[in-house]
Design a protein. Structure first.
Length: 390
């Protein structure tokens, strides 16, 4: 809910109350708990959060020292009738021009003797609202919407625009502007329904996200500490990371394998009704064994029981297999990140048995056509082609 600048103002409409709301929300309180503490009802709190896209407004924050406080405005109101601008400025320890501008901007408020009105107007004016770039530039808006429909993230879109239009500032936009145009009702510009194309699919933004953990142990593992050092710095191609994404009630799964240097994705179909250990073994042998020798060096996997027959995979596909430490998903960072992206196609709670290998190959192709920030917004397919031609 934007602060209404219509008179009369009340103390609860001041900016410090708005930011108290966000402090309480960040502390984990619900709308029902926050409302009584700031003098709003729960529905007003929820409406304010939604209209700001789930994120604390940047405007009106940390203004101490630079902007007039509520107490200073009350002092101006009290002295304005009897003292001049310079005398008031000396009392406040401010420049006379600061006091002069304040009185000109909020003359009506001081004439009606309402310092709260002046303070609320100052908070609202701190937004410095302007028309969003995506609202006025039709070509840019259509390009961004087309990329969102391809499940590109705002950061990928922004980076690719800089790559495709290096000399045209009008065809460039920051990822934050894209997010605001999707989430902030006051900004607009992009079709609201495109928010479902983002990785999370959330209708409001979340400031923090906790990573999950994966579990599982198998015998006879060669641990990641014994993996060649070249696999850690992405300088040499051919080092892969793998894991499963699991479907509804843990009854279905898809194998995911990602090359560390290029980010190239391979998806492995695990047929329903078949032993998962055997289907992982057979799928990895088929997919990894078909790779050219120069990009088939190592495979690092989580400690999942589906890799019980990893030695057979290693021999048949001619690839060395290593395992992460327990509860250490950060040791497979490329795969963990990719699995998060894949949840756009395979949301949690989905029955993954409905997808065939052809379906998975189509998704892998789309993933490999996405521009990536760490590749200077080249695509994994472009990078893999470059690696194979060396």
């Amino acid at each position: 809910m934007l602060i209404d600048i219509a008179d009369p103002y009340s103390e609860r409409m001041l900016g410090n109350v708005v930011h108290k709301l966000w402090d309480l929300k960040q502390a984990g309180l619900s709308a029902e708990d926050i409302g009584p503490l700031i003098g709003w009802n729960a529905s007003t709190v929820r409406k304010h959060v939604k209209e700001n896209g789930g994120m604390r407004p940047r405007w009106g924050r940390n203004l101490k020292g630079r902007s007039l406080t509520m107490g200073e405005r009350q002092t101006i109101l009290a002295l304005h009738a009897t003292q001049g601008i310079r005398a008031i400025a000396r009392e406040l320890g401010r420049s006379p021009s600061t006091v002069s501008r304040e009185l000109k901007r909020h003359a009506a408020a001081y004439s009606s003797r309402r310092a709260t009105t002046a303070h609320a107007r100052a908070f609202e004016n701190a937004r410095r609202p302007k028309v969003a770039k995506l609202t006025t530039n039709e070509a840019l808006r259509e390009r961004v919407q087309a990329d969102l429909k391809q499940c590109f993230s705002p950061e990928q879109i922004s980076g690719r625009l800089r790559r495709d239009f290096p000399n045209d500032a009008e065809m460039q936009v920051s990822h934050e502007t894209i997010y605001q145009s999707l989430y902030l009702l006051a900004r607009g510009g992009l079709k609201r329904e495109l928010v479902t194309q983002l990785r999370t699919g959330r209708t409001t933004r979340q400031p923090n996200r906790r990573p999950g953990e994966r579990r599982g142990k198998i015998p006879d593992m060669i641990m990641i500490v014994d993996r060649p050092p070249e696999a850690a710095d992405r300088a040499v191609p051919g080092h892969w990371e793998g894991d499963l994404i699991v479907g509804k009630d843990m009854k279905s799964a898809i194998g995911t394998v990602v090359e560390r240097r290029s980010g190239s994705v391979i998806l492995v179909h695990l047929p329903p009704g078949q032993n998962r250990v055997e289907s992982v073994r057979d799928g990895l042998i088929e997919k990894m064994g078909a790779l050219p020798d120069q990009i088939r060096r190592t495979l690092t996997w989580d400690q999942g029981k589906e890799m019980h027959r990893h030695k057979e995979v290693s021999i048949a596909a001619d690839i060395d297999i290593y395992f992460c430490d327990p509860h250490s998903p950060w040791q497979r960072p490329t795969n963990e990140n990719t699995n998060g992206l894949l949840r756009q196609y395979f949301p949690k709670g989905t029955d993954l048995n409905i997808y065939s290998q052809d379906d998975l190959d189509r998704v892998a192709f789309e993933m490999n056509e996405r521009p990536r920030k760490r590749l200077d917004f080249a695509t994994p397919n472009e990078m893999m082609t470059e690696l194979l031609l060396r």
